[in-house]
Ligand binder design. Structure first.
Ligand code: 9MR
Ligand code: ZN
Length: 561
C-alpha cells in the first residue's frame, strides 16, 4: 500500500511538473534590490498582482533565461521586476491564469528567515529540556544524559561527560568535524557583521542576557566541544551509538553512547573555532574567552607534536559502527585554518609562519568551503584579518584569488536556468549548503569590492533556497507558502505534529541517488537538480544538518536590512 501511494505521489508530481510553473522567492524581495520570477514555459508576458486589491501593479516581458538548462534539463525563462519597489504582498501571473506563490516586498522580508534559521540551532540542543516557553509545541525533555563512554579503540573503558551540544542533523549524533565548520561559519557571520546579528530576543533561554543570541547559541556548542578535548590536547571525533537511531524522540533514545577516537581533523577544527571564539567572546566574557584560547593552543601543541594525519589515512568507523564518518584523508586544510585563526587571535609569528609556509600548497586558488575543505575559511580569515598583523602582499594575493573565483561563480550563475552558481555536477549530498556557501563567498567579494554583480549573484542563491528552484519549494522548514514538510529529522518525524520543526534546511538535490527513495524516483540520467524528494526516507536529499543551516544564517542575516 505504502509503495502504491508513493508511486502515485511521484506520478502526480511528474504530471504537475507538466503544468506551467512560476517560481519566486516565497519569503519575498527587498524593495531596492533585484527581483526575478522564473518560468518553465515560454510565457509571453507576466503581471505582478497585489494580493490585497487583485489589481495589476506591474507588467513586463518574459525572456529565455536558459534553453536546455543542464542542471534541470528544462527550458527556463525569466521575468525581471526589479523596478517594482512598492511594499506589500503580491503574486506573479501570466495571461493564461498561471500563478506563483504569494510573496512580500519589504525591507523586512528576511527577518523571519534569519530568526527561524538561528532558532533552528536551539531546537537541535542536546542534553537539556526544550521547555515549552521557548520551544512551544516542539518541546521535549532532556536527552542523552548518559553521553558517553570511550569506545575500545579510543582508550581503556571510561565514562566521560560529553553531554550537551547540538544534534548534528536528522540523527542524534554529535560530530566534532561538522561542529567545526558550523561554529566557524557562525562566528565569521558575527565577526564580519556584528550589527546584523545583535538580536538578543529570539526567545531562547539566554535571551535578554546582553549577549547576542547567536553567541549564546554558539557558546552552547563550545561548552560541549571543551568536553571533547582530551587532557593532552587532542580532540575526540564523535559521540554516537553504533547505529543510527530509529525515529523516536531524543529523550527515548536511551543508553550510553560511545566516544570515538581522536583525529587530527577534529583537533584542528577545534583549535580553529576556539581561537576564533577567543577573539569574538573577548568583548563579552574575558574568562570564557581565555578558556577558549587555552584549549585552542593546547590542541595546536598536540598537532605540532603529531604532524602526520591521525588516525592514519583519516578517521574511519571502527567495525560495528555505522553512523556518519565525515571521512577526510587530508588534514592540511584543517591545520592551515587552525594556524590562521590562532595567528589572528594572538599575533604569534609561529602561527603566521606556519600559514605563510603552507597557504599556497599546492596553490592559492579559492574553492567553495565544505566540511572536508576548510581552506577557504582560513583564506577568508586572513583576508579580513587585522591589517596591522597580516602580510599585505599575501593578503592581496588572496583577495585577488577570491575575486577570480567570484567571477567564475557569477559566470556559472549566468549560465544556469535559475541563476544558481554551482555546476550541474555539484549537486552533492547537502547541495543547498554548497549553494549557500557560494553565496557567502560572493558576499565576502562584495564586501571587498562593492561590485553589485557579486551582491546580485549572492542574492540569487538565497532566492533559490527559498523558492526559485525547479521544485518550486522553500528548502527551509516554516518559511514560504510551499516549504519542505517531510524532512529526514527524527524529532519532526516522531513528535506527532504535522509541521516539521521550523528553521531547518533540507540538504536538497543529491546527484548520487544515495538512498532508496531517490533510487526509486529517478535514474542516474535524470538531470541532477531534479534528484530531490520531500520524503522523510530520503536522507540523501531531505535530511537537515547544522553545517547547512550555518551559511543560511550568514546569508539571511546579511540580506536582512
Ligand atoms: O554531509 C555529509 C555528506 O557530505 C556525506 O556525503 C554524507 C555521507 O557520508 O554524510 C553527510 O553527513 C551526515 C553525517 O554523516 C551524519 N549525520 C547526518 C549528516 C547529514 O546527512
Ligand atoms: Zn540529545
Amino acid at each position: 500500500m505504502k509503495k502504491l501511494i508513493f508511486a502515485l505521489l511521484v506520478a502526480v508530481s511528474v504530471i504537475s511538473n507538466l503544468h506551467a510553473q512560476i517560481f519566486v522567492n516565497q519569503a519575498g524581495y527587498l524593495p531596492e534590490k533585484n527581483k526575478v520570477a522564473y518560468f518553465d514555459y515560454p510565457a509571453d508576458s507576466f503581471y505582478v498582482i497585489s494580493k490585497l486589491t487583485g489589481s495589476v501593479i506591474f507588467k513586463s516581458e518574459v525572456k529565455p533565461n536558459r534553453i536546455g538548462d543542464p542542471a534541470t534539463g528544462k527550458n527556463i525563462y525569466a521575468g525581471d521586476f526589479s523596478s517594482l519597489k512598492t511594499n506589500g504582498e503580491f503574486y506573479v501571473k501570466d495571461s493564461k491564469g498561471n500563478k506563483s506563490y504569494n510573496f512580500k516586498i519589504s525591507p523586512f522580508v528576511f527577518e523571519e528567515t534569519l530568526n527561524k534559521s538561528l532558532k533552528g540551532f536551539y531546537y537541535q540542543r542536546c542534553g537539556v529540556e526544550l521547555h515549552e516557553k521557548y520551544a512551544g509545541d516542539f518541546k521535549h525533555s532532556e536527552c542523552h544524559l548518559e553521553d558517553g563512554e570511550l569506545h575500545p579503540q579510543a582508550g581503556a573503558k571510561e565514562k566521560i561527560d560529553v553531554t550537551g551540544g547540538w544534534h548534528d542533523a536528522g540523527d542524534y549524533g554529535k560530530y566534532v568535524v561538522n561542529a567545526g565548520i558550523t561554529v566557524g561559519t557562525l562566528l565569521m557571520a558575527y565577526e564580519m557583521f556584528p550589527e546584523k546579528f545583535s538580536a538578543d530576543d529570539l526567545n531562547i533561554p539566554e535571551s535578554g542576557n546582553k549577549m547576542p543570541d547567536i553567541l549564546d547559541e554558539i557558546r552552547f556548542e563550545l561548552d560541549w566541544l571543551f568536553k571533547m578535548q582530551r587532557m593532552d590536547g587532542a580532540v575526540y571525533f564523535k559521540v554516537t551509538h553504533e547505529n543510527f537511531e530509529s525515529f523516536i524522540m531524543p529523550e527515548f533514545d536511551k543508553g550510553t553512547r560511545l566516544i570515538l577516537p581522536v583525529s587530527s581533523t577534529a583537533t584542528a577544527d577545534f583549535a580553529s573555532v576556539m581561537a576564533r571564539a577567543y577573539r569574538v567572546f573577548s568583548k563579552f566574557d574575558k574568562s570564557f574567552a581565555s578558556k577558549c584560547l587555552t584549549s585552542a593552543e593546547k590542541a595546536w601543541k598536540y598537532l605540532s607534536d603529531n604532524h602526520e594525519i591521525f588516525p592514519k589515512n583519516g578517521f574511519k568507523n571502527p567495525q560495528g559502527t555505522r553512523t556518519g564518518e565525515y571521512g577526510d584523508g587530508n588534514d592540511s586544510d584543517e591545520r592551515l585554518w587552525a594556524a590562521t585563526e590562532l595567528f589572528l587571535a594572538t599575533g604569534n609569528s609561529v602561527y603566521h609562519n606556519y600559514f605563510l609556509d603552507n597557504y599556497n600548497k599546492p596553490n592559492s586558488n579559492f574553492s567553495t568551503m565544505s566540511w572536508p575543505n576548510v581552506k577557504p575559511l582560513a583564506y577568508l580569515t586572513y583576508i579580513f584579518g587585522d591589517e596591522t598583523l597580516v602580510n599585505k602582499s599575501v593578503q592581496s594575493e588572496l583577495k585577488k584569488s577570491l575575486i577570480n573565483y567570484s567571477n567564475i561563480l557569477v559566470e556559472r550563475s549566468r549560465n544556469d536556468g535559475f541563476n544558481v552558481s554551482i555546476l550541474p555536477d555539484e549537486y552533492v549530498w547537502g547541495s543547498t549548503g554548497v549553494v549557500l556557501n557560494t553565496s557567502v563567498l560572493l558576499i565576502c567579494a562584495h564586501e571587498l569590492t562593492k561590485n553589485s554583480d557579486y551582491y546580485n549573484t549572492a542574492l540569487h542563491q538565497f532566492n533559490y533556497i527559498l523558492g526559485t528552484n525547479v521544485h518550486n519549494i522553500s528548502f527551509l522548514t516554516g518559511i514560504g507558502a510551499n516549504p519542505v514538510m517531510n524532512i529526514h529529522h527524527r524529532p519532526s518525524g516522531a513528535d506527532n505534529i504535522v509541521d516539521p520543526v521550523p528553521g531547518l534546511l533540507s540538504g536538497g538535490p543529491e546527484k548520487g541517488l544515495s538512498d532508496q527513495i531517490l533510487k526509486d524516483a529517478f535514474t542516474y540520467e535524470t538531470p541532477n537538480a531534479l534528484k530531490f524528494v520531500d520524503h522523510q526516507g530520503s536522507y540523501a536529499s531531505n535530511e537537515i544538518a547544522i553545517n547547512w543551516n550555518a551559511p543560511l544564517v550568514f546569508v539571511a542575516g546579511y540580506f536582512n536590512k
